[in-house]
Design a protein around this ligand. Structure first.
Ligand SMILES: Nc1ncnc2c1ncn2[C@@H]1O[C@H](COP(=O)(O)OP(=O)(O)OP(=O)(O)O)[C@@H](O)[C@H]1O
Length: 628
């Protein structure tokens, strides 16, 4: 056996780090501004701990564009670096001064968070620059300023330099192919995306302000004149709402922050959840519940992920369960690894914990609202339902918790949790096998006659709509004991909720056989199956239904599930009530009259299901006019 050391040649690795570390080149600015913010935060920590006793002053980061010189400078007045520090932190790739600092000061009670971790960020500058200069003056009494320069090979120069004030300038000489980063609008856009909530003021260019004329000159109406004044443009809000304590914030502050996050959204959110965890991982944030529309796709991906107030991404699918991507807002966690691939994120244990935690917080909040003010919750339910359904379908733990607040609305406008509804209808809607049947409608206008027939019998019908209803029903059937769901028009009521008592049939079997072809002639035989059933006289003479199973299959197929069954044929049952007096009268009639009457009854049944269309409808109308 032979043991050895794998040899890493910096010359070979360096270009890879430079070019491929980040797929998005614009990230360099996020990295460099983050370093500048870190340098400022570190100074605050040192000052608080008594290790820096000079004036800290107003800490800020400036981004300065010089198009003529083709440079972009990131300037801070933070801790700065000595030559030795440059040697340690910059000349050694992947040695992070940030990490070292955090380790050293983690015991002391500092609120200032440090962004850097890996000791690679600085080198992302070479993705866009042919030469990078560092001009820096350390924080020590007798510090000498130094200038470090490298043109992106592994060689660098370092020498004493002139710099009057504490802090660091990182000067990028932008390369040919990265000329876009010399455009003011481009830089402004990147800063606005990644740096909008950094904890230290970030200045880029100037903006024009209207101020009172300092000379006090007045206009014709006697008001002091306004004059234009150029002021440094601070692009960030250093203390966004999520970094504050919930007790410090009013309802309006949350609404205000929502508008700050989504300036183009008009509608206010329904409510919010303020997340604040520090064990076993760090997480802060505010999640907002928007009013969720049927078209869920357009609302997704509005959550912004931050790490120590640095924007990372707004595609958070890997970090939160899919249904939570319907929410809006901000999540900030220094424990989410930033510079790694997306697939790695999914398996990261912190990310998994965070995801489970958020899901729990959200269900806790809904439960709390339900308990605190049920009436208000019921009013909001229309906007929450799809979210909750989605959650129950995609997250078993959420489904379990949602049982306590997920509501179903009955056609008479009452709200029930599934268990409450079971209690309510158990006595009347349990069939001979002991299954309680939840009757539902997905359109109470279209299925009006079926809903009414059920209500007349004392049955309750719930309303289930939307794209997820079919899947949700399946889910509930497997989680509620002895419950099955049936759409109210899936069969006759006697069949949907089979009781023991059998009503004797007025028509004999022979008479049914005689009538069978008469009714079959009124419809397309391939689509409709004619059956006789002995129902109560008070029910309709003919009922057209689509079996629950076939309809569910078709619905799931339409949503992209259950594809392996192949295309499902459109089939219906046409149930003839063998006890209805009109059916007896059709039996008595003969020839043309019999056929006409049968057709009229069939069309009426179709009409009740909203299935009478086209030529059949026109013929029906004309025939009915004749009858009058
Ligand atoms: N503007 C600056 N002022 C003071 N020190 C700096 C500055 N920029 C970089 N440094 C020092 O150089 C080190 C390396 O920076 P680099 O961006 O490569 O890594 P990092 O910030 O530690 O981690 P990450 O890779 O997560 O950004 C920093 O940790 C810090 O000690």
């Amino acid at each position: 056996m032979k043991k050895g050391h794998i040899n890493v040649e910096t010359e070979n690795i360096f270009p890879i780090i430079k070019k491929f570390l980040y797929s998005d080149h614009e990230i360099f600015l996020r990295e460099l501004v983050s370093n500048a913010v870190d340098a400022s935060q570190k100074l605050k920590v040192l000052s608080k701990n008594g290790e820096y006793d000079k004036e800290v002053g107003e800490l800020k980061v400036e981004v300065i564009l010089d198009k003529a010189a083709k440079t972009l400078t990131i300037r801070d007045n933070g801790i700065g670096m000595t030559a030795d520090e440059i040697d340690k932190y910059i000349n050694q790739i992947a040695f992070s001064g940030a990490e070292e600092f955090v380790q050293k000061y983690k015991e002391s009670d500092n609120k200032e968070s440090i962004i850097g971790h890996f000791g690679l960020g600085f080198y992302s500058a070479f993705m866009v620059a042919e030469k990078v200069e560092i001009l820096t003056l350390g924080r020590y009494e007798d510090a000498t300023a130094v200038r470090w320069e490298s043109n992106g090979t592994t060689e660098y120069t370092i020498q004493d330099a002139e710099k009057a004030t504490r802090g660091t300038d990182i000067i990028l000489h932008i390369n040919e192919e990265s000329a876009e980063f010399l455009e003011e609008a481009r830089i402004g856009g990147i800063l606005n995306k990644y740096c909008k909530f950094l904890p230290v003021p970030v200045i880029f260019g100037t903006r024009t302000e209207q101020i009172d004329d300092p000379k006090g000159e007045k206009d014709e109406e006697g008001n002091i004149k306004k004059i234009s004044n150029e002021v440094p443009d601070q692009i960030n809000n250093p203390s966004p709402a999520w970094t504050k304590m919930p007790a410090e914030l009013e309802k309006e502050d949350y609404a205000q922050f929502y508008r700050e996050l989504y300036p183009s959204t008009i509608e206010d959110p329904l409510f919010h959840i303020h997340l604040n965890v520090d064990y076993p991982f760090n997480l802060t944030g505010i999640l907002y519940f928007p009013k969720i529309k049927e078209n869920v796709e357009v609302q997704k991906n509005k959550i912004q992920l931050y790490s120590n107030q640095v924007f990372i991404t707004d595609s958070v699918e890997e970090i939160v369960p899919e249904f939570l991507t319907l929410l809006h807002g901000v999540i900030d966690s220094p424990d989410i690894p930033l510079n790694v691939s997306r697939s790695y994120l999914q398996s990261d244990s912190n990310v998994k914990k965070i995801s489970a935690h958020i899901s729990k917080k959200v269900s806790d909040k809904l439960k709390e609202m339900f308990k605190k003010d049920r009436k208000d919750f019921e009013e909001k339910w229309g906007d929450l339902r799809i979210f909750s359904e989605y959650g129950m379908l995609s997250d078993d733990k959420f489904a379990d918790r949602a049982k306590a607040f997920h509501l179903m609305e009955s056609t008479d406008g009452k709200f029930y949790t599934p268990e409450e509804f079971k209690e309510e209808v158990k006595a009347t809607q349990t069939d001979k096998d002991g299954k309680t049947v939840f009757l539902y409608t997905n359109d109470k206008e279209e299925q009006y006659s079926f809903v009414k027939a059920a209500n007349d019998r004392g049955y309750k019908v719930i309303e289930l709509q939307g794209p997820l209803a079919a899947h949700w029903v399946q889910k509930m059937e497997s989680s509620l004991e002895n419950v099955t769901f049936a759409r109210v028009d899936a069969d006759t009521l006697d069949k949907l909720i089979q009781k023991d008592e059998n009503i004797p049939s007025k028509l004999s079997e022979d008479e049914q056989k005689e009538l069978q072809p008469v009714f079959e002639a009124t419809v397309n035989k391939d689509k409709f199956k004619v059956q006789f059933e002995s129902m109560s006289e008070s029910e309709a003479p003919i009922v057209v239904t689509q079996p629950e199973f076939i309809r569910r299959m078709k619905e799931q197929q339409a949503m992209g599930g259950a594809g392996f069954f192949g295309a499902f044929p459109e089939t219906y049952n046409m149930i003839v009530n063998s006890n209805h007096p009109k059916i007896s009268s059709i039996l008595a009639a003969k020839g043309e009259e019999q056929a006409q009457k049968a057709k009229q009854l069939t069309d009426l049944a179709m009409l009740a299901q909203g299935m009478l269309k086209g030529e059949d409808l026109t013929n029906f109308v004309n025939r009915s006019i004749e009858l009058v």
